[in-house]
Design a protein around this ligand. Structure first.
Ligand SMILES: *Cc1c(COP(=O)(O)O)cnc(C)c1O
Length: 506
């Protein structure tokens, strides 16, 4: 009796950042996406890795994914998790290693853009549909799940690709009409699949994200959906099912650095992450808490530098101009996942967090206490201007031949200035979040100003020539694809649009 008990897997429960009482299982948290009180689900504690670096260094990406995810998703069976992992990380990726490391000068770039839609969102959105359908089955959900998603450009396509024609699901994506790159927009509006809908909103990403969150909290809409046989879930990084798969590549990258002899087991490294909604860097923070020897987490912003200011002053203030930059996936003033960090540094105090989030919603700003600030020592903030981003792309190409996208360039610049400022020479991992092909025009113009006058499509071949990288299938696909989605709506019409798409009469 005792023996079986002690062998029994620990069941990790999840709490809302705005409610101290209620707990849910991992699969319930994934199904719901957002808690009913508007909070985000967080694990009651961050589990430790239960395998050694010695074991990890020889593991494939898929094996690493299992070793990490089983610690978080404790109500999935081994068979279920492995089934999801095997279907996610397969030939959709153009390399068997899934997340390769490129050593450029004295920096390691972790390339997370080798999936179907050539941005890092594929790392989590290749597996989320499988996690979600498994969770639905295990929780006896009979309703169709409607994935409601706001996108700054990359989540939209990755979610559409993941959920297209998945039985029992519908997906609706809202993107900012003038706030995404041409390639990003084409990727979305040419999406096939009977269950997919794409709508351009007349507003920016923050409008889209706040609008989607409001729909989640809308009780009237929830009743209507219920009657029509639907329930909402989210593919945004507010869904814990997005964050957990993102922890995997930090563990994997560290283990590969050990295996390749670049670092010794236990040696501390730093990580620079190009940040928008604070999901990717939060996953790095969780990896650190699981036991990966990461010292500094360097948060890189573009000119929308709310996070840089926050780490510098302890005050989060979104009352400022929203700037459209050449790294549109980071054009965000309300970084949703920061709420999970705030909750954590408030000592998991849901009440304190709720109050700060109320201030953010009503006044657009809040200030954390000195005590909370002390717990932010793991983090550093930095930012790159448009000019600095361009220079980074151009200089790196000229001196090394490596071509990076605009988002990665923001991180590369911040990494460089961090090193110069601090003299900290620990090994550095820079997270490379998109293929340069996704932002061909900006990248090619940064390298040669005269490319400015050329059509983006004409520049693909030029990029191939200078980078030596094959043109990805994702680009070939959109070159002649038919436009299938032309819907647009105002920010105040999102609810009606959802009703119309789902055929709900009121
Ligand atoms: C989404 C995205 C980011 C920002 O990631 P967050 O998890 O939102 O911080 C950075 N770069 C690219 C290319 C992205 O698509």
């Amino acid at each position: 009796m005792n023996y079986t008990n002690s062998k029994k897997k620990k069941n990790l429960l999840y709490k809302s950042t705005r409610n101290a009482e209620k707990t849910v299982t991992a699969s319930e948290a994934i199904l719901k996406g957002l808690a009913e009180d508007g909070g985000l689900f967080v694990p009651a504690e961050i589990p430790k890795l239960d395998v050694t670096m010695e074991e990890l260094k020889d593991m494939s990406y898929q094996e690493t994914a299992y070793a990490v995810m089983k610690q978080f998703l404790t109500d999935f069976t081994e068979e279920e998790l492995k089934y999801c992992i095997d279907r996610a990380y397969d030939e959709k990726f153009d390399t068997e290693t899934i997340a390769p490391l490129a050593k450029v000068g004295d920096t390691y770039y972790l390339e997370l853009f080798h999936g179907a839609t050539i941005a890092f969102k594929d790392m989590a959105l290749s597996i989320l549909p499988h996690l979600l359908t498994t969770a639905a089955k295990n929780n006896n959900v009979t309703k169709d799940i409607v994935i409601l998603t706001a996108t700054s450009g990359d989540t939209g396509k990755a979610a559409l690709a993941g959920f297209a024609d998945v039985p029992g699901t519908r997906i609706i994506v809202f993107y900012p009409k003038d706030g995404v790159s041409r390639v990003q927009e084409l990727q979305m509006v040419t999406q096939k699949g009977k269950n997919t809908s794409v709508v351009a909103i007349h507003g920016n990403f923050d409008n889209a994200q706040s609008g989607v969150k409001a729909l989640f909290e809308d009780k009237e809409l929830e009743r209507e959906l219920n009657t029509a046989g639907y329930q909402f879930s989210s593919a945004n990084s507010i869904n814990i099912g997005r964050l957990v798969p993102q922890i995997v590549y930090y563990v994997y990258a560290y283990a590969k650095l050990v295996q390749n002899g670049e670092i010794k087991t236990g040696e501390q490294i730093n990580v620079t992450v190009p940040t928008g909604n604070f999901g990717n860097i939060l996953a790095a923070y969780y990896a650190k808490q699981m036991g990966v020897p990461i010292d500094k987490l360097i948060c890189a912003s573009n000119e929308n530098k709310v996070l840089f200011d926050f780490f510098r002053t302890g005050e989060y203030d979104r009352n400022r101009e929203f700037i459209l930059t050449s790294s549109p996936s980071m054009d965000i003033l309300i970084s949703s996942n920061l709420e999970r960090l705030i909750y954590s540094i408030a000592g998991q105090d849901a009440e304190k967090n709720t109050e700060l989030m109320r201030q953010l919603k009503e006044e657009g700003c809040y200030k954390i206490t000195a005590e909370m600030r002390k717990k932010l020592n793991d983090f550093e903030g930095g930012y790159a201007t448009e000019e600095e981003t361009k220079t980074e792309i151009c200089e790196t190409y000229r001196s090394t031949g490596y071509v990076m996208d605009t988002h990665t360039a923001v991180a590369a610049h911040v990494c460089r200035t961090y090193r110069e400022k601090t003299g900290d020479n620990k090994k550095m991992l820079v997270i490379s979040t998109a293929s340069p092909y996704k932002f061909t025009k900006s990248v090619m113009t940064a390298i040669d100003e005269t490319n400015n006058t050329m059509e983006e499509s004409a520049l693909f071949d030029g990029l191939k020539k200078i980078s030596g990288m094959e043109i990805p299938d994702a680009i070939e696909e959109i070159r002649n694809a038919e436009i299938l989605h032309t819907g647009e709506c105002g920010v105040d019409k999102m609810k009606e649009t959802v009703r119309k798409i789902l055929g709900i009469e009121v």
